[in-house]
Design a protein around this ligand. Structure first.
Ligand code: OOG
Ligand code: NI
Length: 454
């Protein structure tokens, strides 16, 4: 019997991330520039910071690390997405309601598909932020628009039967033989390419009047990757280098300000969506060339995961910053941000751990041969998730206009249970995943030492 190579879920995930990245680089050349600059920033950071640079992930992991974003229309579509990502060991984590995440809002709810085990994350942390339209939300859509959206979405097919069959098989059998894996990866990548099919102009423009995101989801018969985001070790450096290359970035870095203390959660920025040629079918039946700006380049820096207490402090700090910096320029906003941060978070990582604001694991380091006895070190846990407010900011900064939301109308009830039902799977709570990782490290260290590391 021939020994055909068998690809496990993490190998499918790593290969998919690469294949999507190659495809997106061809479709959006500016993404390739972003990757180049990210590599420069990371290489320089490692050169100046040495081993410290790798405390929140090995340089191999960070170099390959990406997140993508996709947008779908219905529970059926998101449940199919869950099967495709399930084949790659990516599970739904977290519930994000972007409909009122900040002053800017978009008619979607979201989750992120990602690996949930520590060794799986270390092998390849690829994650995809996945948003689903809420046509039933009356603040955005009329009853008539909801009906037409439902009809349009029900008639389209984003993922073919062969792709879904292979996905189910991979999930059931813990991977795929090489030939099937290649077919699965080809079909999965193709499903997220930008379609050349003409777009119904009148329908697209009508939805755009509500929200550009609604048009991007419900105005076209296919889906596509919206952005792919590399991770950098110094986002301020990246921002400066991109600007020096003449690339216009959005005015701000979303998330925590730059400051002297430990980096927490997630900082993100992007360059504005680029005009891409698209064909439209006009109401009188003509096919014309025009362009759309929906896809952009984003980059992120990841910090330490915060506990519920830490996160509550973060949310309060952001709310205070918004209130006090309303109408202020970017420099002033940064200054106010740093002042609030100094009051909210300790400048030392040790204090962050001692005050129970961040997640830290315990590692037993062996005798280093240099006379140092085995000892326990506390290591920060990297934040693997997203921030709803930053996400809304990223969405909004790339929309051509604000869209229309009628705050007088009632929304549609959507929560994590509803999302789990749509997915047909468990929806993991990010805090529980981090806490479990900490607990396991504590138990492993305690078992070796015979005492609790704390
Ligand atoms: C998703 C926007 C959110 C992030 O990194 O927070 C996001 C989208 O534009 O579809 O990707
Ligand atoms: Ni993103």
């Amino acid at each position: 019997m021939s020994q055909e190579k068998f690809l496990e879920p993490w190998q499918l995930r790593a290969a998919f991330a690469r294949s999507l990245s190659d495809m997106y680089g061809k479709e959006v050349p500016a993404y390739t520039t972003l990757l180049e600059v990210s590599h420069e920033v990371n290489a320089d950071f490692v050169a100046t910071h040495g081993a410290d640079a790798e405390r929140l992930g090995s340089i191999d992991r960070v170099t390959a690390e990406r997140h993508g974003a996709i947008r779908v229309g219905t529970p059926t579509e998101i449940s199919q997405v869950a099967r495709i990502f399930g084949a790659m060991g990516m599970h739904p984590v977290g519930f994000y309601d972007l409909r009122d995440a900040s002053s800017s809002s978009v008619p979607v709810i979201s989750t992120a598909f990602r690996p949930i085990e520590r060794d799986e994350l270390a092998r390849n942390p690829f994650r995809v932020f996945t948003s689903m339209l809420v046509p039933g939300d009356r603040r955005f859509f009329t009853r008539d628009q909801e009906r037409r959206l439902d009809e349009f979405l029900a008639a389209r097919r984003l993922f073919g039967p062969q792709l879904l069959r292979l996905a189910d098989r991979a999930e059931a059998e813990g991977g795929l033989p090489a030939a099937d894996a290649a077919e699965f990866l080809r079909l999965a990548t193709e499903a997220f390419e930008l379609s050349r099919e003409p777009v119904d102009q009148a329908w697209y423009r009508e939805l755009e009047g509500v929200s550009a995101v609604a048009a991007d989801i419900g105005g076209v018969a296919s889906t596509h990757i919206n952005h792919l985001t590399p991770r950098v070790l110094d986002i301020d450096d990246l921002y400066a280098r991109m600007t020096a290359r003449g690339i216009t970035m959005i005015p701000a870095i979303q998330g925590p300000p730059r400051w002297e203390g430990p980096d927490v959660l997630l900082r993100q920025t992007s360059f504005r969506a680029l005009a891409e040629p698209r064909t439209f079918r006009t109401p009188d039946g003509q096919v014309i060339e025009d362009s759309l700006r929906v896809r952009f380049g984003e980059v992120e820096a990841r910090g330490i995961a915060l506990t519920r207490e830490g996160r509550a402090a973060y949310d309060a700090a952001v709310a205070e910053l918004d209130e006090r910096a309303a109408g202020a320029g970017e420099a002033e906003r940064q200054a106010i941000g740093r002042e609030i941060w100094h009051r909210t978070f300790p400048v030392s990582e040790t204090a962050l751990a001692d005050r129970g604001l961040g997640y830290f694991t315990y590692e037993l380091l062996p005798d280093d041969g240099g006379g140092r006895a085995p000892h326990v070190v506390r290591a920060p846990v990297v934040y693997e998730d997203f921030l709803p407010r930053s996400a809304a900011g990223i969405f909004q900064s790339n929309l051509t206009d604000e869209g229309a939301k009628d705050a007088g109308q009632t929304g549609a009830e959507r929560d994590d249970d509803w999302m789990a039902g749509a997915l047909g799977r468990d929806l993991h709570d990010p805090f529980e995943l981090y806490a479990r990782q900490v607990e396991r490290s504590r138990q492993a260290t305690a078992a070796t030492l015979g005492v609790d590391p704390e």
